[in-house]
Design a protein around this ligand. Structure first.
Ligand SMILES: [Zn+2]
Length: 110
């Protein structure tokens, strides 16, 4: 009888510890804990939500309002979401994101 050799491959890459995303404002790559996620609803409004379904766009937490303004000016939201975006809703989404970053527990509903 032939003994089968275990063919486990060493060095399978499981480097999923810190996924990185690119900020659509300043184009900086950072870990998802340094960025906030924006998604577009079916109505074309932008909402802040790390766990909402759909296509996401990312902005730096540290320079959130600047990156959001940059992204608006460069139409990066339209590109990220592949469609028109309600710019007024971006401002309120940024506002919500800034609030929840400051008080993470307040965002624990839903
Ligand atoms: Zn940025």
């Amino acid at each position: 009888m032939r003994a089968r050799r275990g063919c486990r491959r060493p060095g399978i890459r499981a480097d999923l510890s810190s996924p990185t995303r690119t900020c659509i404002g300043c184009q900086r790559s950072a870990g998802t804990d340094e960025l906030v996620r924006m998604v577009r609803s079916q109505e074309g409004t932008v909402e802040f939500g790390r766990t909402l379904p759909g296509r996401g766009a990312w902005l730096c937490i540290a320079t959130l309002s600047e990156c959001a303004a940059l992204a608006l000016r460069r139409r990066a939201f339209e590109r990220a979401f592949r469609g028109p975006v309600d710019h007024a809703s971006v401002e309120s989404a940024v506002h919500n994101a800034a609030d929840s970053v400051r008080d993470p527990e307040q965002n624990a509903r839903g």
